[in-house]
Design a protein around this ligand. Structure first.
Ligand code: AMP
Length: 355
């Protein structure tokens, strides 16, 4: 038996009555609702104001019902309605951002996964401590501009979509650099970006064993980032800066990718280390998570970020990916979540996957 994340009181209603898979209508919600439907769960979409009209265009991804709130920050005040619906909240990236990390942490309804992970993900220092102590390779950090010895990226804390990030070709490019807020200076890693979609199941008894459960790789994507990804079409970086165009990394979409098969041992090693350390630090990360990094020409994967929930890149695989197809047919991340919930109920182990 694994680590208990939730209390018996919190899981009791969900164990007694088929839960309603609930999330905020955005990000990866169509896929989450679709997965819920395929596995026979009811679903509930939380939205600010009227239900989004685009849902009408996707009948198989539309939730069974909606809970309209004046603003998403007020979700916590709807606890009774969520409890009446036997809601299990599936957090996605936008969910936590819209609701707010503190309010999310205190939400008095069962949440899929370990909500304690938020504290480790939302603070860049703690995140680094976790990944570093797990033995995962990360971009080097420079204490001051004077320490920079190659290309560097200045990242501001909490910057959405890399807004305001500063790219420097070398140390000289940072001469006279005036940061506009709390930041880190990192090695700018040259290579190819991969966003790895993992799922950790504490309930599984077969597959790639990590801790007392199993690690699954269900897909990979690359993010389309505006305007950096297309800058080269206009010319060199300096020239663009002279023209007043600053590179930004706002995510606008995702594309599917696969990695050389010979690199998969490294991919699983990174995922396993992160899980093992999470078990030690805060009782473990459960369900979907995404490891975001850059494969260098020396074939070293350097991790610059981790998302501890379902990422929107999984939306490219509503009917499975070249990896999940080798786990089970038609397996989206949304459906994988529903399957875990089903198994947790059947085996009386919901307290290990809900918090
Ligand atoms: P982040 O806010 O850390 O997710 O970074 C946003 C984007 O900046 C990433 O998706 C990458 O394209 C880029 N990036 C972040 N860190 C690095 C790094 N150390 N080297 C190269 N590119 C990076």
């Amino acid at each position: 038996m694994g680590i208990a994340l939730s209390t018996p009181e919190r899981v009791a209603p969900v164990a007694a009555r088929l839960p309603t898979i609930t999330t905020v209508c955005s990000h990866s919600s169509l896929q989450i609702f679709h997965g819920a439907r395929v596995e026979g769960f009811r679903s509930l979409g939380i939205c600010a104001g009227a239900p989004p009209k685009y849902y009408d265009a996707f009948p198989l991804g539309r939730p069974d019902s909606f809970l309209s709130v004046p603003s998403l920050q007020e979700v916590a005040s709807q606890t009774q309605k969520l409890k009446d619906a036997t809601a299990v909240v599936v957090p996605h990236g936008s969910f936590v951002e819209y609701v707010g990390p503190e309010r999310f942490a205190e939400l008095d309804v069962p949440v899929f996964g370990n909500r304690a992970v938020i504290a480790w993900e939302s603070d860049r220092e703690k995140e680094r401590e976790w990944l570093d102590s797990a033995g995962v390779q990360m971009p080097r950090r420079f204490a001051t501009p004077a320490d920079v010895d190659g290309p560097a990226i200045v990242k501001y804390y909490g910057a959405k979509g890399g807004k305001g990030f500063f790219l420097a070709k070398n140390r000289e490019a940072l001469d006279g650099f005036q940061p506009s807020g709390p930041h880190v200076i990192q090695e700018y890693v040259l290579g190819t970006r991969y966003y790895l979609h993992f799922f950790y199941s504490p309930l599984s008894t077969d597959g790639y064993r990590v801790g007392s459960g199993s690690l699954e790789l269900l897909g990979m994507d690359r993010r389309d980032e505006a305007n950096i990804d297309e800058l080269y079409k206009l010319g060199a970086h300096e020239e663009l800066l002279r023209a007043g165009i600053r590179p930004t990394f706002v995510v606008t979409g995702n594309v599917p990718v696969v990695m050389r098969e010979s690199l998969l041992p490294q991919v699983f090693d990174v995922g396993a280390r992160i899980i093992e350390k999470s078990i030690e630090l805060f009782g473990g990360m459960v369900g979907p998570f995404c490891v975001e990094g850059i494969m260098t020409e020396d074939l070293v994967f350097k991790v610059f970020e981790i998302s501890t929930r379902i990422v929107a890149g999984t939306n490219v695989y509503v009917h499975g990916s070249p990896y999940s197809d080798l786990v089970a047919p038609d397996l989206s991340m949304g459906r994988r979540i529903a399957l875990e919930l089903k198994r947790g109920r059947a085996e009386g182990r919901l307290q290990e996957i809900l918090s």
